[in-house]
Design a protein around this ligand. Structure first.
Ligand SMILES: Cc1cc2nc3c(=O)[nH]c(=O)nc-3n(C[C@H](O)[C@H](O)[C@H](O)COP(=O)(O)OP(=O)(O)OC[C@H]3O[C@@H](n4cnc5c(N)ncnc54)[C@H](O)[C@@H]3O)c2cc1C
Length: 411
């Protein structure tokens, strides 16, 4: 058992490992071959409590916190990161936006179903010309028309958008107001017209859980589905992305461990000149470098997640953890592929495609450069990374229980 872990969190780890080994690993490759979305598996994962760690019991979560959520991501990333591609939509960014920014009624209507895997989520911020500078270059516009908004524009890299029942989408309600003109909406693409999602062909990423370009053509969103006031959207999404960063780091750590485990096994099995290649010192050097990087990442990731749960300053540490863990994933994917030689390029061996996931975690949800800017600006005294401390995690934002809020309103 890791000394940083409680028995409760180790029990969560065991539960996730069992779930992945019995329900996901035996069938995921078949879903990939068929290009079929594993909807029933997501429901099973929801039933098992996989997506609920950061949410309170009143909305169907387990209230175990960010360290538990990070461990869940780590083990899913290790055992089959392709299936873990929807964790954000079901258990992190999408329901967190609703939980942090929504009314008690909105939270109760949408969050329990998302974390139960009953409905498929989405969080769509990025656009063709706005990624890292999401606020500055956003072009999608939402215009109020009586009881609805009509949204026009294009979104990019919207994961699960081709399957989404309930998502969160960011658009400008005041294009002249910069970040303060951005509003967040709960969207229901299957219920209202004007939303078209087209999966993007990706090299090495899942063929079953897809990321999409989305065309919005007078897409209807009822006014009652707005999260907070007009202009609150950027504040909501920044808090959510900050809070979720450490869990992405957990997934990257899982990918690094998967590469390491495969490399060790292969180095012991593959023989050249009558001995396993693991006996060669240059292979040993690679194995040692991977082991060191993984242990360092693990310590950083767990510490950052623990700080989140203890309401200690965590933003700077989470940026360091995400940067380090995604670097570690890239290093381990690269070294594992080298150890596998030519077989490391054959799709049959997962090290061939784990590299694409390492690249994804290096870039997605705040690229490596953006993390480095945050870390360096803090170190240089230009901008304190933890200036929003106390306004980051779910518990910081919504201190009252949602069920109590509803009871108070009713009576
Ligand atoms: C598979 C996949 C799934 C995704 N899923 C989602 C999703 O569900 N929802 C969603 O909203 N988005 C999603 N994304 C988008 C993802 O978060 C963005 O790709 C990421 O934020 C980077 O944006 P970009 O790709 O536009 O790169 P850019 O912002 O164009 O960056 C290009 C390069 O410039 C660097 N750079 C940027 N700014 C600076 C700077 N100031 N100084 C130095 N270097 C800089 C970056 O580090 C990067 O190396 C997904 C992306 C992928 C690939």
């Amino acid at each position: 058992m890791d000394p940083a872990m409680s028995e409760q969190i180790e029990a969560v780890r065991e539960m996730v490992i069992r779930f992945m080994q019995t329900e996901v690993v035996p069938v995921m490759e078949d879903f990939e071959q068929r290009g079929e979305f594993p909807r029933d598996l997501i429901k099973k994962a929801g039933d098992a409590g996989i997506y609920g760690a950061i949410f309170p019991e009143s909305v169907g979560g387990s209230n175990l916190g960010y360290l538990a959520a990070t461990v869940v991501q780590e083990e899913m990333g290790r055992l089959d990161v392709r299936f873990a591609a929807c964790n954000n939509q079901q258990g992190s960014t999408c329901p967190s936006c609703i939980y942090m920014g929504g009314t008690a009624e909105q939270v109760m209507k949408y969050v329990p179903n998302l974390i139960a895997g009953e409905t498929i989520g989405m969080m769509s911020l990025t656009e063709p010309s706005s990624g890292s500078d999401a606020a500055g270059a956003m072009k999608t516009v939402a215009r109020r028309d009586g009881d609805v908004y009509r949204i026009n524009g294009q979104k990019m890299w919207a994961s699960m958008a081709n399957q989404t029942d309930v998502g969160v989408l960011l658009a400008k309600t005041d294009p002249s107001a910069g970040p303060r003109g951005i509003t967040a909406f709960i969207v229901e693409p299957k219920k209202y017209p004007g939303f078209t999602a087209k999966p993007i062909e990706m090299l090495g990423l899942s063929n079953a859980l897809r990321t999409n370009v989305v065309f919005l053509d007078d897409f209807i969103v009822p006014v009652e589905n707005r999260l907070g006031a007009e202009g609150d959207g950027f504040k909501i999404i920044m808090r959510v992305l900050q809070a979720g960063r450490v869990t992405v780091a957990g997934k990257a750590l899982g990918v690094a461990r998967a590469c390491f485990e495969d490399a060790v096994r292969y180095a012991n099995e593959r023989e050249i000149r009558g001995q396993p290649i693991g006996k060669f010192q240059m292979i040993q050097a690679d194995i040692a470098e991977m082991a060191c990087a993984i242990e360092a990442s693990r310590a950083l990731v767990y510490k950052a997640a623990w700080c989140m749960d203890e309401s200690l300053p965590s933003n700077r540490l989470s940026a360091i953890a995400k940067y380090h863990a995604s670097q570690t994933a890239k290093l381990c994917a690269d070294k594992a592929q080298q150890i596998f030689g030519g077989y490391g390029m054959a799709r049959e061996y997962r090290v061939s495609w784990l590299k694409s996931y390492a690249d994804l975690f290096f870039t997605g949800e705040g690229s490596a450069n953006i993390q480095k800017i945050l870390i360096a600006e803090d170190a240089l005294g230009y901008k304190v990374a933890d200036r929003h401390h106390g306004r980051t995690g779910l518990r910081d934002i919504r201190k009252n229980d949602v069920a109590d809020e509803l009871k108070q309103k009713a009576g």
